[in-house]
Design a protein around this ligand. Structure first.
Ligand code: PMP
Ligand code: GLU
Length: 399
């Protein structure tokens, strides 16, 4: 292709760092390297059997045709009922949209609600795809740095300042990828009050809602009756170990759901019908659901302790104990200083020298940090910790 060929809508959009790092790790592994990858956040469990069986049955019964663009009515009803039960609120199927993973629901929401020049607050550290999604909508991301003092949460007064300066919305993520931070009821009330004063949209990514280790979480789904301009995004990838099935959803006011459905009608006619049957099955047997999710969350809880304790003892690394999701957010400024480089270079160093794949803080708009996923086996976590110990002898000034 001629040098200088332009792809105008993708200018300034880099590849997803999480996906890229796990692809690199897989390629090295395929070439025979003994890799440990704590990069992409993907449960290592198989999809629970009761879900798989229902999907196979649906395929055998001919559930293989185009789905409606908004999702199967039965699934939309099941999601509404689940939200009402789990989070509170008065959701009905008309305010639910099924999507190709939470990723698409987020894109649908951001692309539908915001347009050229609109300023959208994204508190950092932030998951890797929010800023590209805002840019794809030709809106303007306003990255607001948060600090360890606020446990990497967006203080409502910072949001108020940005809204007063003209921002039209905010993307919140709780429990957070990468920090594991969780917003409580008072924090959310203050954020909603600020948004309401300015008529701003709150896009709430709650994909890790079910993966929590401490009390104190509150859902924005419960607040949508009091303030309309809230879009809650969630999905089946994480809590149900269903990453490859690609099922997510948005809960939003009906006009927004209508617009997002129009968008999906032109893009992909929604996710595969058998996958929607799998998601429906996931919610249809409450006892099996609780047991499957409970077993996986207990394993994540144990691994959280394992990895936190191991990393806490490594010179130059300071881990933050996550309250939800399955990531350990680690301050690694000393290691960056030892290399005289940023976190991306540090990750390349660890990849090449220790055959350990992690995601750099820079991918989350925050330098001097590393993200370690603990959605991995105990053996992988132990091996990752050993490799970090070896790296510490080069970079941590200890040993
Ligand atoms: N939001 C966050 C915070 C995530 O970590 C991910 C990771 N996959 C997603 C959304 C997208 O999830 P899905 O697999 O449902 O597209
Ligand atoms: N969300 C996961 C992560 O942050 C999976 C990869 C992705 O979709 O970005 O690692």
């Amino acid at each position: 292709m001629a040098a200088g060929t332009r792809f105008p809508n993708l200018d300034g959009i880099t590849a997803s760092a999480t996906l890229e790092m796990s692809a690199r790790a897989s390629a090295l592994e395929a070439s025979g390297v003994d890799m440990v990858s704590l990069s992409a956040g993907e449960p290592d469990f198989p999809t629970p059997g009761y879900i798989v069986e229902a999907a196979v049955r649906a395929i055998r019964e001919g559930e293989t045709r185009y789905p409606p663009a908004a999702g199967l009515p039965a699934l939309r009803s099941a999601i509404a009922a689940h939200l009402n039960e789990a989070c509170g609120g008065a959701w009905d199927p008309g305010r639910i949209l099924v999507s190709v993973g939470a990723k698409q629901a987020l894109f649908d929401a951001i692309f539908t609600l915001f347009g050229p020049g609109d300023r959208v607050v994204v508190p950092a550290p932030c998951w890797v795809s929010y800023v590209p999604m805002v840019k794809l909508a030709r809106a303007e991301p306003v990255i607001v740095e948060t600090t360890a003092d606020s446990r990497f949460k967006l203080p409502a007064e910072r949001l108020r300042e940005e809204l007063e300066a003209g921002a039209r919305g905010v993307v919140l993520n709780s429990p957070s990828n990468p920090t594991g931070a969780v917003y409580d009821a008072d924090e959310l009330d203050a954020i909603v009050a600020a948004a309401e004063r300015h008529g701003a949209w709150v896009v709430a990514d709650e994909i890790y809602r079910e993966i929590r280790y401490e009390p104190g979480f509150a859902s924005l789904a419960a607040r949508a009756d009091g303030y309309e301009r809230i879009v809650v995004v969630d999905g089946f990838s994480k809590a149900y170990a269903m990453t490859g099935w690609r099922v997510g959803f948005a809960a939003a006011p009906e006009p927004a759901i209508g617009a997002m459905t129009r968008l999906q009608g032109h893009l992909n006619t929604n996710t595969a019908r058998p996958s929607q049957h799998a998601a429906l099955a996931a919610l249809s047997d409450e006892e099996a659901r609780r047991q499957a999710v409970g077993t996986m969350v207990s394993a994540f809880a144990r691994r959280r302790e394992l990895l936190f304790d191991a990393v806490e003892g490594i010179p130059g690394l300071v881990p933050l104990r996550p309250r939800g999701a399955f990531y350990l957010w680690v301050e690694a400024g000393d290691w960056c200083d030892a290399l005289g480089a940023g976190s991306a270079t540090l990750c390349l160093d660890l990849l090449e020298n220790e055959h350990l794949a992690l995601v750099p803080g820079s991918a989350f708009e925050t330098e001097g940090h590393l993200r370690l996923s603990f959605a991995a086996s105990d053996e992988e976590l132990a091996s990752a910790a050993e490799r970090l110990e070896v790296a510490a002898r080069r970079l941590g000034g200890g040993g």
